[in-house]
Write a protein that binds this ligand. Sequence first.
Ligand code: G1P
Ligand code: ZN
Length: 544
Amino acid sequence: MNIRTVATKAYTDQKPGTSGLRKKVTIFQQPHYLENFVQAIFDSLVGLQGKTLVVGGDGRYYNRPAIQTILKMAAANGVKRVLVGRAGLLSTPAVSHLIRKQRAFGGIILSASHNPGGPDGDFGIKYNITNGGPAPESVTSAIYQRACKLSLYRIHNAPDIDLDNIGHSGIGDMEIEIVDPVTQYAQLMERLFDFNAIRTLFTSGLFTMRYDAMHAVTGPYAIEILENRLGAAQGTVINGRPLEDFGGGHPDPNLTYAPELVAIMNGARAPDFGAAADGDGDRNMILGRNFFVTPSDSLAILAANATIAPGYATGLAGVARSMPTSAAVDRVAKELGIECFETPTGWKFFGNLLDAGRVTLCGEESFGTGSNHVREKDGLWAVLFWLNILAVRRQSVEQIVQRHWAVYGRNFYTRHDYESVDATAATQLMDRLREDFPDLRGRKFGHRQVLFCDDFSYTDPVDRSVSTGQGVRIGFDNGDRIVFRLSGTGTEGATLRVYIESYEPDAAKHRQETQQALADLISIARDISRLTERTGRDTPTVIT
Ligand code: G1P
Ligand code: ZN
């Protein structure tokens, strides 16, 4: 037999976080570490034998060896067929689409999303289920339980597979198909958006754009869709070649980590529209000329303008946002008379609502927006949605946003991240906050009074599953809100996230600078949490 059963020792740190298992590359390179986790996935999936899997990643360091190992293990574990993106590349939304379109049993995504890559960077592995979305907690905890007890794994003794040429091959009885990573995804986008209108916009000579692929997975997608299919000028896509270390950058599309694009958009003769996506292509940043669109506002604006896009012409069933995301979209939902759901952080919580047809659009403040077209957030999708709106409304990004605020009011919003904080100090800060709830309730801070404070818990309206401990919320009588959460995706120490929001109905005040408009609330957040005293930090690492 060509299948080997290898004795191994369980690792007890293989607990998937907000979005799969993410660790330093060096951790994944420990003997059997990857194999153990992959076997734990296979062992936890009832009915996998004889089925199809989709496998691909964001091209970061360790992507290729990991795919080779997964293919050999899939063959040894009875998988019938695996679809792999050429060169091992598939964006996260493209995996989601392929799982759905090919009616695969599930998919394995190799990515640590927006975390840096390279030998000293991060790597990650995530399992997606039949609906194309991230495995729910019931599945991820089964995988973790299994990983903690694992004593052997199965692997085929096959040579490495050629990942770089489209076509068919196999290992043992298992078929392997190397597919173009872009084609089927691009076809889906053509069905959702008015490509003719966008093409007319690009070829009018009146509109220019810059898209920063950050040397991550969306480069080939953006070049094919924006430049080849939509006629955007060559050079519209920058940093379009996927690199194993993302060119040394941090592939997170925000004002801090996309400085090249930000400089272009704020410079002389800036293009009309700027956008970027993250390592695995599920996050997006939207910029106008000298103008930043807060992700929470972007979600609200897409919802308010959804019927412009052919794929959403019949309207939205409902919308959903993660708890820390601003309530801007809630106002649009109210106006449209549709349901609006508030879920815990992480895309997996949208899956049931999308499957049940309760929501069409969903989003998170963390630069994630998406819809029922796949079961992941989708960076390029958001960019194309904006392009479709711009092509039809023929206004600038800034005008569209300002007009939105004029109608709905503005939810001033910011997130302050304190990265690599001592993990014990961060946990203690959260514990103390919870202990302080009784003192906080009713307390006055200037003209504001604390109306409620709690630790967010969510009951899924579809399967009634309950998720507790999802973040500390402090709400004030005037609608202002402060949220504290610890990140579930970091790999070093703890990341404390502080989310600050204040609603301003008065259009005369909408042009204020965000940090200024929120200065009061920001200092209340620091006082309440005694942040500096407890973490030794006085300035955030990243402000978005
Ligand atoms: C972060 C974001 C969250 C997003 C996740 C995956 O998780 O905050 O909204 O779903 O990345 O992209 P966190 O590190 O906060 O747990
Ligand atoms: Zn991502």
